[in-house]
Ligand binder design. Sequence first.
Ligand SMILES: Cc1ncc(COP(=O)(O)O)c(C=O)c1O
Length: 399
Amino acid sequence: MDQPNGCYRPTWIEIDHDAIAQNYDLLRKRLHPKTKLLVPIKANAYGHGAFEVARALEAKGVAFFGVSSIDEAVALRQKGIRSPLLILNAILKEEIPAVFEHDLTQTVCSEEFALRLNQEAIRRKKRIPVHLKIDTGMGRLGVWYEEALAFARFVRGCEHLFMEGLYTHLADADGSDPKATRAQMRRFKELIQVLREEELLPPFVHLANSAAVLHFPESHFNLVRPGLAIYGIHPFYEKRGRLTPTLKPALTLKTRIVYLKGTPKGRKIGYGGTYTTKKETVIATLPIGYADGYNRLLSNQGKVLLRGQRIPITGRICMDQCMVDGGAFPDLKIGEEVVLIGRQGSEEIKVEEIATVCKTIPYEILCGLSNRVPRIYLNSPDPLTPSAFPLNVVEKVDR
Ligand SMILES: Cc1ncc(COP(=O)(O)O)c(C=O)c1O
């Protein structure tokens, strides 16, 4: 069979560039014209393909991209992404040379680390940009807000470091009670005031993730960091009644039936025999399993879309396969397309629904889609040279 993804195994992810562009435009409209965007493309752009997302959003004028490690940044540099890349995580001293070699921007969370970075900058006769991370209530990376002024003074003393950014991260912007978020914003604002008075305020000040961009306009400052919303998923997926814009999910997960078997009533299906057919039916085998990131918690719980209808997963999800009950369609054929995340006809399985079944968040489902599932990019903004592609990705597919 002629697969649209250039691979033999008929399981693939489609990423719609138009959806990403539309979500970007929607967020952009909510921001002050001078506020810039840093788009997190860590974890392979939440499973969407970091290089492709960066390439498309670079063309849209995104100011920064956020990555989680030197390795993620280097992979992007090697493919030709030239935009500023902010490493959002702390790194070890052994990784410092790579910051210089690949022209990266590092988050600085301690005086000791600032000193080491400064020493390397002196050695290399360079001055590099850094973003200072302040903890206003997340309890993760960054200097506690009470110590932030002393920290900023210290970094100013590191003459080969240019304080380009100051930021903090919200712990509960998507929660139902805004109290903690308001407290974090207040601490951050107070700090900004103090730093401004001492002429220590860096040019970029940022705090807002997707939830804050959408629901706390006072959190925007002059740089925002929305991730999930850019990919079309609403951060308040469990809450109802909030006024929210219509985001468009960019990712669809698809496969095709590779095997069909008429099965009598009373047969056990899959490992552990956890499902028994209730009547004579047709069990379809799909070539996708937990090694692809299709979570095993969907066993006997999840649904897939076939011919625009929801049909149930039967038995446990295996490493590379799973089984579904196709009994509703007597003329079912091998090779028919099945949608596991996304839309087929008028039905849709949202990543939020999968996350709920798996008792987790959409982030984890998206990031967990493994690299062995090839990504296909629809509506690419411009053609790429073949050398820019990883082997298992093709450029464009007609819908
Ligand atoms: C430091 C930082 N900023 C921004 C984001 C983006 O958050 P969201 O995807 O909820 O918009 C993340 C995501 O984990 C993050 O770690």
